[in-house]
Ligand binder design. Structure first.
Ligand SMILES: Cc1ncc(COP(=O)(O)O)c(C=O)c1O
Ligand SMILES: C[C@@H](O)[C@H](N)C(=O)O
Length: 359
């Protein structure tokens, strides 16, 4: 019997549901480069409506969504983007905005809650009177929810303030909204209101929404027109993309309502971990589906060793640092999976002899 893996490495690991596969099989498709694929257009129309933006564009990944967005806003040589020192764009996207786009990053420290101090953002904006030396600031990037802060949510009030600052200096605002639906559900704020201040947003379909592939960038019609050309330049123009978008449409119908449950499972897991001697969780940081936990010295086990022990029980986690691990909940993790994981971690950390332990 093949044991089901409890895959907690990320919310990017979900498999397409039967409903998604059925929709993919019968999707109405056409060439989305030569004209438009009807199913892709349906998804883009739906996402523009949900986010309150004029237009949308389906892209293969969140990394490409962010890259295209930054490069459209910073289309002049010598451009600079202000972004968090712990942002996904700065840390995990191979420096693409610079290596491909020639855009200069200007990092501002992220606070524990994923925000950047407004004053620090303003201080980082270049003085145009010294352009003989300075790059030109053209864009500010936020990330909501903020992955490396543990999935913390940026409030609509904060986002609006950054929007006011951007407009004050005639800058654009992009939001990396890979987990925007998680932030919306956690805050109880509609998606369109949460991103109202943004000129562009990149939303992942392949994370908490559970679609197998893709992201959507949204913005003005002129922004999306430029983005579509740049997507083709980067090799992201897809032909019958409706096969993929059909699954994403199912995800929008079926999985948004499951996100709150993911957050509850994350909370249960976080509280359970925090009750295990030798482990520490910042419970205040657990606002959505991501849980970071630290292994204390008294536990006398490394993150890698714990990952290895858990893998023997078909539980997969991602190591963040030598004594820190990350767990990401998604709709294919059950409440019993959470309890089984807690039980296995308890035994591994407390050094209890390992049985399979699985009911
Ligand atoms: C906050 C954030 N932004 C962007 C991305 C990039 O998405 P993708 O993996 O689809 O390139 C990820 C993770 O993958 C992410 O966690
Ligand atoms: C690792 C990172 O790139 C990915 N976005 C994740 O959160 O799993």
């Amino acid at each position: 019997m093949v044991m089901k893996k409890v895959d907690l490495r990320s919310d990017t690991v979900t498999k397409p549901t039967e409903a998604m596969r059925a929709a993919m099989a019968i999707a109405e498709v056409d060439d989305d480069v030569l004209n438009f694929d009807p199913t892709t257009r349906r998804l883009e129309t739906e996402m523009a409506m949900i986010t309150g933006k004029e237009a949308a564009l389906f892209v293969p990944s969140g990394t490409m969504g962010n890259l295209i967005s930054v490069l459209v806003h910073c289309d002049v040589r010598g451009s600079e983007v202000i972004l968090g020192h712990d942002s996904h764009i700065f840390i995990y996207e191979n420096g693409g905005i610079s290596t491909i786009g020639g855009v200069h990053p200007r990092t501002v420290m992220n606070n524990k809650d994923g925000t950047m101090d407004i004053e620090s953002i303003e201080a980082a904006i270049r003085n145009k009177n010294f352009e003989i030396c300075y790059p030109t600031t053209r864009l500010i990037c936020l990330e909501n929810s903020h992955a490396n802060s543990g999935g913390r949510c940026l409030s609509v009030e904060y986002t609006d303030k950054v929007g006011v600052l951007a407009r004050k200096y005639e800058l654009k605002l992009h939001i990396d909204g890979a987990r925007l639906f998680n932030a919306s559900i956690a805050l109880g704020v509609p998606v369109h209101r949460l991103v109202q201040a943004a000129d562009s947003v990149s939303v992942c379909l392949s994370k908490g929404l559970g679609a197998p592939i893709g992201s959507v960038i949204v913005g003005s019609k002129s922004f999306i027109a430029k983005a579509k050309i740049l997507r083709k330049t980067l090799g992201g123009g897809m032909r019958q993309s409706g096969v993929l978008c059909a699954a994403a449409l199912v995800a929008l119908q079926e999985n948004v309502q499951k996100i709150e449950g993911d957050h509850k499972k994350a909370r249960t897991l976080a509280e359970g971990l925090n009750n295990i001697k030798g482990l520490k969780v910042d419970l205040a940081a657990v606002e959505t589906n991501i849980v970071f936990f630290d292994i204390l010295e008294e536990a006398n086990i490394t993150a890698q060793k714990l990952c290895n022990i858990l893998e023997e029980h078909d539980i997969l986690l991602m190591q963040d640092k030598p004594k820190r691990l990350r767990i990401v909940l998604h709709h294919q993790i059950s409440a019993s999976d959470v309890q089984f994981t807690l039980s296995c971690i308890q035994k591994a950390v407390n050094g209890v002899s390992q049985g399979n332990g699985r009911s």
